[in-house]
Design a protein around this ligand. Structure first.
Ligand SMILES: Cc1cc2nc3c(=O)[nH]c(=O)nc-3n(C[C@H](O)[C@H](O)[C@H](O)COP(=O)(O)OP(=O)(O)OC[C@H]3O[C@@H](n4cnc5c(N)ncnc54)[C@H](O)[C@@H]3O)c2cc1C
Length: 387
């Protein structure tokens, strides 16, 4: 038995003993997702037990070093962990912007003190983070951002406004891009961390087309941020921001993976929609593309393992994964027929298909739009003239 096989046996046995049956059910509403944070209230005992068991072993962030709350798994071991979780349909014990975005940036740019402090908090799910990048007028052209941090010796005083800040009203802390030099566009931005409870921070939820309010306008009015809360060098926050965006795009691209045809097949089995030859042809095309997407993901993972990842790969994955997920939901709506359009009926669980379908429209905007992803692919991968 190879070391990896032995590791798989150990992980399988541990999951069998520690992952409660309720945590192997598909996520069906927002409460099923464990976001952690100061105000987190577990939905049930099983959710809490699953989180605690994983925190104790470093399994909320299995590939982070043990000193920072992880389990120190190698990339190959982490892949085994993901496969064994998927095999039993286990829910992630903890979902957070800290794990997906800030953590990787801190691992690369943080001081040792910041890593020990913030990464362990993230791994334990103690602090919920939000991302303060976009501003009114600065989305795709993020580098034009205006929120300003005025130098006052041992601290900055931050004034400005962010927009589309996901879960800002629920987050404990924010990782935020702040201009600290007005004369220098790219090298005049710093990456700051601060508590959302700091005086002068306010949020106002924005309602989405799906009826939910997952994001906010966020206002900073003379917010005091100590100088120790900068990540990376002064005025070099753009480097940290770009690196983090790569991880964000990888995370969002995950929407393309997972279930290929099961959910759509289940709808068709209920209402006989498969009789429609056009729908059948569209399903077949979708499945081929979903397989190609999965193969591309595997290839990129292998390239990353041997240090040959192209820096623009997350852009490709983000474009492909989000466009695929939008198609998946278009097909679910087509298969569901007029019932799927019901907004509040019991049969649709309060409009789940249509609300999810509308939510996917944002997939190709959040974290950078599809048009911008294609620009990057044209320029950095295809090297097209004039791109
Ligand atoms: C659900 C959701 C959650 C989000 N969460 C967060 C968050 O937590 N924190 C945060 O900071 N931001 C967040 N955002 C904001 C997101 O990052 C921006 O919406 C995105 O970067 C696009 O910026 P914009 O909305 O200003 O659009 P714009 O940049 O104004 O773009 C408008 C249109 O112009 C196109 N366009 C712009 N520039 C180009 C170009 N150079 N070439 C071709 N086409 C172009 C775009 O593709 C788009 O179609 C979120 C957005 C959504 C939808």
């Amino acid at each position: 038995m190879s070391d990896l096989d032995a590791f798989r046996t150990e992980i399988r046995a541990w999951l069998e003993a520690n992952c409660p049956a309720e945590m192997r059910e598909p996520v069906s509403d927002e409460d099923d997702v464990c976001w952690g944070g100061r105000n987190f209230k577990p939905k049930n005992e099983a959710q809490k037990a699953w989180l605690d068991a994983c925190v104790a072993r470093g399994y909320t962030v299995p590939d982070w070093p043990k000193a920072y709350g992880g389990a120190g798994m190698s990339p190959a071991e982490a892949k085994v962990w993901r496969e064994e979780m998927a095999r039993i349909g286990a829910r992630p014990p903890l979902s957070s912007f800290g794990i997906w975005m800030l953590g990787p940036a801190l691992l690369k740019f943080g001081t040792e003190e910041q890593k020990v402090h913030y990464l362990n908090q993230i791994a334990r799910g103690e602090i919920r983070w939000c991302q303060g990048y976009s501003e009114p007028g600065s989305g795709s052209d993020l580098v034009s951002l205006q929120t300003f941090g005025e130098d006052r010796g041992d601290h900055w005083v931050v004034n400005g406004q962010k927009i589309w800040t996901s879960y800002a009203d629920k987050a404990d802390w924010i990782f935020c891009l702040v201009r600290t030099d007005k004369a220098n566009k790219y090298q005049g931005i710093s990456f700051l961390l601060f508590d959302m409870a700091t005086p002068g921070v306010t949020t106002r939820p924005i309602k989405l087309i799906s009826g939910a309010s997952p994001f906010c306008e966020t206002f900073f009015d003379n917010v005091v941020v100590p100088k120790s809360q900068i990540v990376g060098e002064l005025n070099r926050g753009w480097d940290v921001a770009k690196y983090l965006l790569g991880h964000e795009r990888e995370m969002i691209s995950g929407a393309g993976g997972g279930d290929r045809l099961n959910a759509i097949g289940a709808v068709c089995a209920r209402n006989g929609a498969l009789h429609d030859p056009i729908l059948r042809a569209e399903l077949a095309m979708f499945d081929v593309d979903a397989l190609a997407y999965a193969a591309m993901g595997e290839k990129f993972l292998d390239e990353a393992k041997v240090g040959r990842a192209h820096p623009a790969q997350p852009n490709m994955m983000k474009y492909a994964g989000t466009e695929l997920n939008k198609r998946r939901h278009e097909l679910l709506m087509s298969a569901g027929g007029s019932t799927a359009l019901e907004w509040e009926s019991n049969e649709t669980g309060g409009g789940k298909p249509s609300r999810s379908w509308l939510r996917t429209k944002a997939n190709s905007i959040e974290g950078g739009t599809s048009e911008v992803m294609l620009n990057v692919v044209a320029k950095r991968i295809l090297d097209l003239p004039g791109a």
